[in-house]
Write a protein that binds this ligand. Sequence first.
Ligand SMILES: Cc1ncc(COP(=O)(O)O)c(C=O)c1O
Length: 495
Amino acid sequence: MGTLNFSEVVGSANSSKKLINLLRGHVSQNQRCWPWVSLLTRSRCRWPNTSLLPTQLLERGSQKVFQTPSISNPALLYGPDNGDGKLRVNIASWLTQFFQPSAPVTEDRICITGGASQNLACLLQVFTDPVYTRNVWIVSPAYMLAFRIFEDSALKLRAVPEDEEGIDIDFLRREIQKSEGSARAQGNNEPRIKPARPWSKIYRHVIYAVPTFSNPSFKTMTLKRREELVRLAREYDVLVITDDVYDFLQWPASLTAQTLSIEKAILPRLVDVDRYLDGGTERDGTDGFGNTASNGSFSKICGPGLRTGWCEGTEKLAFGVSQTGSSRSGGAPSQLAATFLAETLESGELQRYLYDTLQPSYGRRYQKMVTAINEELIPLGVRLPQTDRDVVGGYFIWLTLPSPLKGAMVAQRAKDDENVVVAQGEIFQVPGDSEHDGTHFENDIRLCFAWEEEDVLAEGIQRLGRVIRTLRDEHDGGRQKATQQASEGSARDFW
Ligand SMILES: Cc1ncc(COP(=O)(O)O)c(C=O)c1O
């Protein structure tokens, strides 16, 4: 069974059934990469349903900007390296309210970005070296569109498995120690290609994670693991980059909950942990850059077309990333969009939209999908991760199929037989490093509940249930036939 060709994500041409897209992607076919990733190129498998785009809210924000020359003139010119000042202030106060960190988030900790992906590239440009930085350790299954960003910086990708609590710290520690051993043996003791500059430093390792409501694993890393991870990062000179892009999209896990909004974060981000743990980022003997960078984004809460986000870290780290060459030439990206967003946060409308519209809407979608999964798929042996959580969120649900079913087979048959599109687990494997236990995902699939219409989500799961039943019956039929043939064979041999 090959890999599902996602260029056919428009659905099955032969099916009389309406396409149900639980992947949400479209494709251009011109990129080199690993087989399954190349089929997913330019895939946008994490789009919000268009009914959830806050168009009017942004229109009001933009009107305010264009009716006020003192805002619109600078907005249409080159801007500061660290981005629109009003947006930085408003993000800082919103993050303080939502995450309630040990000390308020100040605007000096914030740099405006062109979104999480764009800023991942900037962080790597400023804080890594292709040789001295030994590896980027990627929590797996992983957000696959990050792979190329790491490759662009010529970093060596390594996969780190997750368990029910999140990242497997013991595995990571062991592998980092090995990596350090071979770096020492090679005399790789200082950055030679990109020496540190006054605004930056070069870290020896990078860890990339999506700790809360992860894309794709749907898991949330426990507090204990977050603290262990920060300690490990400090020990081995690691920059932990987290995409904290789903933290705001949360709701009670209960499938009967009526109130589907929660206005405070359930857990501190890694960047918050770094601030309070064991003396924080300013403890004695440190360089002040810290070991964590949080990539925030307006893509999931407003619309990805805005291409606007923010990075939070220590003041030194936030300043450092603002000094990326491309920002020094013309200022932070997304200058105009940033001013619209500054107004929507200033008026409090975006926060209300998030709590009163987005969280309940996504929460309802989640309830519908998981209710159907419980009815249709769990009895077939399909498994969900972390079923004991009080709060869940994000865009995705990760399913492990009953053995011996393969995600590729299920995805292909779901498309061919039922016109349902899902993502097979292999596309989330770290290229070139999927040998270890827990780093290959041929038995898994990912479903997205953010894009399709709410009233077809249950039907999508019912169709998937039919596919899994059919494949199971085919497998059982094949086994029976084989057993029968074998016993007929041995009976013949006997006679
Ligand atoms: C984990 C993760 N990081 C980053 C992104 C992209 O964020 P942005 O649009 O801000 O670049 C996504 C979108 O799917 C994502 O799931």
